[in-house]
Design a protein around this ligand. Structure first.
Ligand SMILES: NC(=O)c1ccc[n+]([C@@H]2O[C@H](COP(=O)([O-])OP(=O)(O)OC[C@H]3O[C@@H](n4cnc5c(N)ncnc54)[C@H](OP(=O)(O)O)[C@@H]3O)[C@@H](O)[C@H]2O)c1
Length: 262
């Protein structure tokens, strides 16, 4: 049964002890993160969602849907350490325990054309992707382990990317920082066992972006053996499996339609 969350401090205090511990999903204002949040809510699992931006007076549809269902939506920008630490502080004002953390927030930035970068731009892109994909999960895991340890079972799931198998000529920093995230899975799994399981999901194409043209879509579909755009349910099923299985930790689940076979 879905339990509604409340922002009233007194009621919030009582719900902290009475309701099931929530799952934190970062970057849950749209697409895969939003889909997973809504599927978990459908199953009666409380969720806390983060988003990066919302223009005053222009509520984002995904966030509106989550709020309607009582989900606390916390602003979080993981572009630098200060933003990450500020978010951790806000999170701890909302809950004293967590069933799981799903590190889904991500930026898809590519390298600039050689010779065209403005001064400092390349380093800024690298640093930003490092902060979003590695520093944020690293600090959140370290600072929130105690919240997870108040729940049994408890999980951390890092959403990586299948591109790390081969690297990417056009998204070098993206691929490297997602590979680093995948490595955090191993170390945190060892550190937090046996109370917290820590795993990763490495998706290949899940959802095209609206701006992807027909030629890009055809080329991308042809890269996998199964040749489909599976949609966010494919990631949700992986997440569900990792949450439910008591004997899996320190692994990365590949959800790539058989890309490695071609
Ligand atoms: N879609 C695919 O086919 C695919 C393939 C392989 C891997 N993945 C992985 O699956 C996950 C979800 O993919 P998606 O396509 O749903 O991603 P998406 O649409 O780009 O959403 C990512 C979310 O991350 C948040 N975010 C971005 N930068 C942030 C920052 N600096 N601080 C805090 N939050 C930030 C965004 O929040 P705002 O919207 O509020 O800005 C956004 O909601 C990602 O980890 C991605 O790498 C996806």
């Amino acid at each position: 049964m879905l339990r509604r969350w409340t922002h009233s401090p007194r009621l919030r205090e009582s719900s902290m002890s009475a309701s099931p511990a929530p799952i934190l999903i970062t970057g849950a204002s749209q697409r895969i993160g939003l889909y997973c949040a809504e599927r978990l809510l459908d199953e009666g699992q409380p969720v806390i969602a983060t988003f990066r931006y919302e223009r005053p007076g222009h509520e984002r549809p995904g966030l509106a849907r989550l709020r309607e269902r009582g989900v606390p939506t916390l602003q979080a920008d993981f572009a630098d350490e200060a933003g990450i630490l500020a978010f951790i502080g806000r999170l701890k004002e909302h809950t004293d325990r967590l069933r799981a953390i799903v590190h889904n927030a991500s930026e898809w930035l590519g390298e600039t054309t050689p010779g065209e970068a403005t001064p400092g731009e390349e380093a800024r892109i690298f640093q930003r992707l490092f902060n979003v994909h590695m520093l944020a999960p690293y600090l959140i895991n370290l600072h929130c382990a105690e919240l997870l340890e108040r729940s049994s079972p408890a999980d951390i799931v890092h959403i990586g990317d299948d591109v790390t198998r081969k690297g990417s000529a056009r998204h070098i920093a993206y691929s490297a920082s997602k590979a680093g995230l995948d490595n955090l899975t191993l170390s945190f799994a060892a550190r937090l066992a046996p109370r917290v399981k820590v795993n990763g999901i490495a998706p290949a194409l899940i959802l095209f972006k609206p701006e992807d043209d027909a030629e890009y879509r055809a080329r991308t579909l042809a890269k996998s053996a199964l040749g489909i755009e599976p949609g966010a349910e494919a990631v949700y099923l992986g997440l569900r499996y990792l949450l439910d299985n008591p004997y899996v930790t320190g692994t990365t689940l590949t959800v790539n339609g058989g890309r490695h076979l071609k």
